[in-house]
Design a protein around this ligand. Structure first.
Ligand SMILES: [Zn+2]
Length: 200
């Protein structure tokens, strides 16, 4: 007979960074939790999954048609920060030093993994560039191989629109995941952003 905890262990094992031993520890932890806490956790899990979606303008996570940043009257619509993932928006928001809007690509270019320009929200970015009066686009993309390839590609496709194109200063360690970069380092990288070549 299957161990009664096995289905739960199997589910935890599917989470990123959770190995078989951690999955077992988490499953036992659930057993020690008050039933009301488990119920509330299950409800939040389901509610979050069912009620969140991507902002129709910037593709950040939201429960409405547009996200909090896109609907805020306090944000500067003339500057757009391009990031790979919604978690990068959250990392930059934590610095409280950026007042512009965002565009979430939904990943980085990686042809070997099937991530081509069409797989990312690059056409949507170009459509926004054509419609909105951005004076600057900041590429806030991790300095990994895929990140560099994506930044180069975007530099090329955006060069003809006459917008200032900048990228984060290299206070960021090479290969760093922005999500794990501390707020001060990220804030400095934003403040010291550098203009990319071939743009205004
Ligand atoms: Zn948005």
């Amino acid at each position: 007979m299957k161990h009664p905890l096995q289905p739960l262990i199997d589910h935890f094992s599917k989470l990123p960074g959770v190995g078989p031993k951690s999955a077992q520890r988490l499953a036992f932890h659930v057993l020690s939790m008050p039933v009301s806490d488990v119920q509330s956790f299950a409800t939040v899990l389901r509610h979050t999954r069912e009620n969140t979606r991507y902002c129709e303008r910037c593709f950040h996570i939201t429960t409405e048609q547009y996200c909090d940043v896109c609907t805020s009257v306090k944000r500067d619509n003339g500057i757009c920060c391009v990031v790979a993932h919604p978690r990068d928006v959250m990392a930059i928001e934590r610095t409280s030093s950026y007042q512009g809007v965002y565009h979430v690509l939904g990943g980085l270019l990686s042809p070997l993994d099937g991530m081509h320009p069409q797989s990312l929200r690059i056409p949507e970015l170009i459509a926004r560039v054509r419609q909105a009066a951005f004076r600057e686009i900041v590429l806030a993309i991790s300095p990994t191989i895929e990140g560099e390839a994506t930044a180069l590609y975007l530099g090329d496709v955006l060069a003809s629109y006459g917008i200032r194109l900048s990228k984060l200063a290299y206070g960021l360690p090479v290969g760093a995941d922005m999500d794990y970069t501390d707020e001060l380092t990220l804030q400095r990288a934003l403040m010291g952003r550098t203009l990319m070549e071939n743009t205004q």
